[in-house]
Design a protein around this ligand. Structure first.
Ligand SMILES: *Cc1c(COP(=O)(O)O)cnc(C)c1O
Length: 371
């Protein structure tokens, strides 16, 4: 068969084999980041110090790659619980990033067609994972000012009886944090499980972790991705041990590999380094937000994360500013076309002081050279 004929044969077979909704998806566009200031993915801009790298190298040296990861995770669970304030008596489940935990939650709870609900716009993977796992995703629009619409949430919960409610607090990409009163109302109304996704908790003022066992339907999910370890792929889910035991049944047996475990153990011995980096980013957030808000035509939304959502209006819409920044080798995330509530919006990670200054200088130039 010629290459062309072979391709045609494959295409025909794909057309009758791969799910129609999957075929309709376009591949995730990945922007080459070579030589760019990378403010598009909420990564920590600070590398680990040499002493920690050396300790990691020594720990990795001892890993037995010929063996499957040990089944007994008790020691690592105790270390994670102590490092991140997981209350005594709560159970823990580890995932290959919290992306995997989102899948496990849906797979364990949702039969095909069951509802997964979340305020919207929020973390896109809630929607994607629900659809991949044959659940139905119910988005509940935020208000025009990007606040939680509690009456709309309660109405949608009563109407759709969701198995799972995902609440990203602080929310990505808007940065807002839903109040204790709002979350309690949702916990009371939800017939199933409420997953509070605290990916950005280290940059925020509050956590639901201490209240885990005070509600029959609350679990808290966190990740180390936003605190300097995005490359590691480690997330954890904390909750009543009975909930955790059910979700654990669908976990692939060796989802946490030996290298990840070894690196995590070592990094957690130096957790003060991660805490200091997070504190630095948190401190740099307000000045960056104020400087962005002072630019012409820019509205900034309050953020509890290591990023800021900014709306660009007037001549320069979000698309134009996004492109102009990219031309200057500064990458931010464009949400202009993602949702009507986000028209003109760019999401900007807090970077190093130099990166933030470069961003602001570029924006000054871009916004003052308007036609
Ligand atoms: C970034 C992010 C995650 C992703 O976590 P990983 O552990 O990197 O898979 C989860 N939830 C929210 C809300 C996020 O913004």
């Amino acid at each position: 068969m010629s290459t062309g004929a072979a391709d045609t044969a494959v295409a025909a077979r794909i057309a009758r084999t791969v799910r129609a909704d999957i075929r309709a998806l376009s591949a995730y566009p990945v922007t080459p980041a070579e030589g760019c200031i990378k403010l598009d993915a909420m990564e920590c801009p600070y590398p680990l110090p040499d002493a920690v790298r050396d300790a990691i190298a020594a720990a990795v040296r001892e890993v037995e790659l010929n063996r499957y990861p040990a089944a007994d995770q008790r020691a690592l669970k105790a270390q994670v619980a102590a490092a991140f304030g997981v209350p005594a008596g709560a159970g823990l489940l580890f995932g290959n990033g919290s992306d995997e935990l989102i899948h496990l939650l849906i797979q364990a709870c949702c039969a095909p067609g069951d509802t997964v609900l979340s305020p919207w716009p929020s973390f896109v993977y809630f929607d994607m994972a629900a659809r991949f796992d044959h659940a139905r995703f119910e988005p509940v629009a935020l208000t025009a000012s990007l606040a939680l619409d509690l009456p709309a949430m309660l109405e949608a919960i009563a109407r759709t009886q969701p198995k799972l409610v995902f609440l990203a607090i602080p929310n990505n990409p808007t940065g807002g944090a839903w109040s204790g009163e709002q979350v309690r109302a949702i916990l009371d109304a939800a017939p199933g499980l409420v997953v509070v996704d605290e990916a950005y908790q280290p940059f925020a003022d509050r956590t639901w972790m201490p209240e885990l066992l005070a509600h029959p339907n609350l679990v808290v999910m966190r990740t180390v991705s936003k605190i300097g370890l995005a490359g590691l792929r480690f997330g954890y889910l904390a909750g009543h041990p009975a909930w955790i035991a059910e979700i654990d049944k669908v976990r692939p047996p060796y989802n946490l590999d030996v290298l990840t475990q070894a690196v995590l153990r070592t990094v957690l011995e130096h957790k003060a380094v991660l805490d200091a980096q997070a504190a630095r980013l948190r401190a740099d957030r307000a000045p960056l937000a104020a400087a962005l808000a002072a630019l012409p035509g820019v509205t900034v939304y309050p953020s509890g994360g290591n990023f800021i959502l900014a709306r660009f209006s007037g001549h320069s819409d979000g698309n134009a500013v996004h492109l102009a920044l990219k031309t200057r080798k500064i990458l931010v995330r464009n949400f202009s076309a993602a949702h009507p509530l986000l028209a003109g919006c760019l999401r900007i990670s807090v970077g190093t002081p130099d990166e933030n200054a470069a961003l602001l200088a570029a924006l000054q130039e871009i916004l003052s050279s308007e036609p």
